[in-house]
Design a protein around this ligand. Structure first.
Ligand SMILES: *[C@@H]1O[C@H](CO)[C@@H](O)[C@H](O)[C@H]1NC(C)=O
Length: 325
């Protein structure tokens, strides 16, 4: 009963904006979350942002970026959503640029989905002992033998645990990867974080070539604690110490994900049946129905335009004629 209403909603959304399909799986539809997205000019006419606020050393240049820190020592800056991200399944795509002069750089920036909001502190410019998820883009190696930097890692904070600053978060690491070339990359650098509640949390990076994503990690709820607090704010922060870099956010795009493949149809079946169904590539009736109604709508609109155009033209011709006499 729930699925048809979602698919008709999607049709409606498709009327206003073109249907988006950020996620590769054709059975997954996405709806943009304006409340958690950022793009130029970032600010409205009052130099405010309706959905985000920012502080510390953050500077916004309307045509270019949200600069969390400039390439100067001892900077801290942040930007945070005003409302929590309450979607069950979502994808966040971030475009950023880390660059600076000199030979040594630091310290990096972080993406947050935490209960805390807009609280400055020592962990990449944000508060320690946070509750929720932190993704750290760490550009300076303090002490982590055998690991090449920049290093990207996830930490799930419980509100009590301190970030292992001395060892670049080694004690807290949920998952991570080295990303040599993330700084000053020749292509736009991006990170894409995908969350399916009680299922998976994955991070992909783009920095080697355009439109090519590299998997950083893909965790399943069975093996790791990936439970993000149900009330979590989306934030970004960065910090420089003795060493520095520009940490620029170019855009942030959040989307709510809906699976068209999952319904009440699976009720009563065994888990094995369900996983078999999930793996099936054939589209389910719901999907067909939604594309059918979309087609019907387009056809009706097409004829409406033709009839309207003909009617308008007739009226115009009649008027033109009568004005001649
Ligand atoms: C993560 O792994 C799951 C299960 O193997 C898979 O379905 C999903 O597509 C993967 N996610 C990404 C972004 O690669």
């Amino acid at each position: 009963m729930r699925l048809p209403s979602i698919s008709s909603l999607l049709c409606l959304a498709g009327l206003v904006a073109l249907p988006v399909n950020a996620y590769d799986d054709p059975n997954i539809k996405s709806i943009p979350l304006r409340t958690h997205s950022l793009s130029p000019p970032y600010l409205d006419s009052d130099f405010q942002s309706r959905w985000f606020d920012f502080g510390g050393d953050t500077v916004i240049r309307a045509d270019k970026y949200v600069r969390l820190t400039a390439d100067r020592p001892s900077q801290q800056g942040w930007i945070a959503s005003r409302v929590p991200l309450t979607a069950t399944n979502w994808q966040i795509e971030l475009e950023f640029e880390i660059h600076g002069s000199g030979n040594l750089h630091g310290d990096g920036f972080a993406l947050w989905l935490t209960k805390e909001r807009a609280t400055q502190g020592p962990v990449f410019g944000s508060t320690d002992k946070f509750e929720g998820l932190g993704i750290f883009f760490d550009t300076y190696k303090n002490n982590r033998p055998g690991v090449s930097f920049p290093y990207v890692m996830a930490m799930m904070g419980d509100g009590k645990t301190t970030y292992d600053q001395a060892h670049d978060g080694k004690a807290n690491e949920l998952a991570g990867c080295s990303a040599r070339g993330l700084r000053s990359a020749p292509v736009p650098t991006k990170a894409r974080l995908t969350y399916f509640q009680d299922k998976s949390l994955s991070l992909e990076l783009q920095y080697k070539s355009e439109d090519s994503w590299t998997e950083c990690f893909n965790l399943s709820a069975e093996d790791s604690n990936i439970a993000i607090p149900s009330v979590a704010y989306l934030g970004l922060s960065a910090e420089t110490g003795e060493l520095s870099d520009n940490h620029d956010i170019v855009s942030l795009k959040a989307e709510n994900l809906y699976s068209l493949n999952r319904g009440n149809n699976n009720k009563g079946k065994t888990t094995e049946d369900q996983s078999k169904n999930r793996g099936r590539s054939a589209p389910r009736p719901v999907k067909e129905k939604s594309s059918w109604s979309w087609f019907l709508l387009k056809t009706v609109l097409f004829f409406a335009v033709i009839v309207g155009g003909y009617f308008g033209w007739t009226v115009y011709r009649t008027k033109a004629r009568s004005s001649r006499f």
